[in-house]
Ligand binder design. Structure first.
Ligand code: APR
Length: 238
């Protein structure tokens, strides 16, 4: 990918209008279940059945009830208009960016529709129920398969590639993220420490890092993101 790209960080807010819960809104996942129980290695060791049930329910909901919304589609359009110039770094584990058409995409917190074997390390597509008895499709061992999701205390994925893009981008856009969780919450500061990129927050309401952005636009992602992308493309063609 060429230097001077656009890096777009997305969080759960971009998928809210697709019917998927965020985490820290009043109706979010962490209002219903303790993150320590379902999103930490300790919680998984303590009660794997509870963790599998949590991700099985989200996997089912994602496949049965969620479709990409106008925000996902707008980001895919931007990438199509500017090939090799747009990188989407998502904290989300849903596949709505892919289904919208985004290709240059990093899931830094993993993917709900994949499983990872603790024994052989193989990462496999996994769309159905996962239980303690599930066998790894590669080594066939039962009981070692976990959701391919990065839990608290674990290292997010593809960080060297993400930081290289942050250090060379000319535009950094954060969409639908509350700025609660690092390292993603620190990306805007990293961008600003490396150069003169433009930084923009598109969110329903100010995030914890709102004052760090040069430009902020608030409203539902399905309205704000397509508008912003349209203006970006119009600016470039004028
Ligand atoms: N449009 C735009 N933004 C929205 C919308 C919407 N329709 N609805 C909610 N939001 C915003 C909220 O205002 C909030 O700022 O999306 C953000 C969601 O914040 P969180 O629930 O904290 O989700 P996120 O920032 O993605 O969480 C980061 O925390 O629990 C971990 O691994 C999990 O990836 C997740 C990480």
């Amino acid at each position: 990918m060429q230097n001077g790209v656009i890096v777009v960080l997305t969080g759960a807010g971009i998928s809210k209008e697709s019917g998927l819960a965020t985490f820290r809104d009043a109706d979010g996942e962490w209002a219903r279940v303790e993150l320590e129980d379902v999103a930490t290695p300790e919680g998984y060791r303590r009660n794997p059945d509870l963790v599998h049930a949590f991700y099985n329910a989200r996997r089912k909901k994602l496949q049965e009830a969620a479709l990409p919304n106008a925000a996902h589609l707008a980001l895919a359009r931007l990438e199509q208009e500017w090939p090799d110039q747009v990188l989407v770094v998502t904290q989300n584990i849903d596949d709505l960016h892919e289904r919208a058409g985004s290709r240059n995409l990093i899931h830094m917190h993993g993917e709900l529709l994949k499983g990872r074997c603790d024994l052989c390390g193989t990462i496999s597509p996994w769309a159905g129920e996962m239980t303690r008895a599930s066998r790894c499709p590669s080594c066939q061992h039962p009981g070692r398969l976990r959701p391919h999701v990065v839990w608290f205390g674990e290292m997010p994925l593809d960080m060297p590639r993400i930081y290289r893009a942050l250090e060379t981008c000319r535009l950094f856009i954060a969409i639908g993220t509350s700025g609660n969780v690092y390292p993603a919450a620190g990306f805007v500061t990293h961008v600003q420490s490396c150069g003169h990129a433009r930084t923009v927050e598109l969110n329903l309401e100010p995030s914890l890092g709102a004052t760090l952005f040069q430009q902020t636009v608030y409203g539902p992602a399905s309205q704000v993101v397509p508008d912003f992308v349209a203006r970006l493309l119009a600016e470039a063609s004028s």
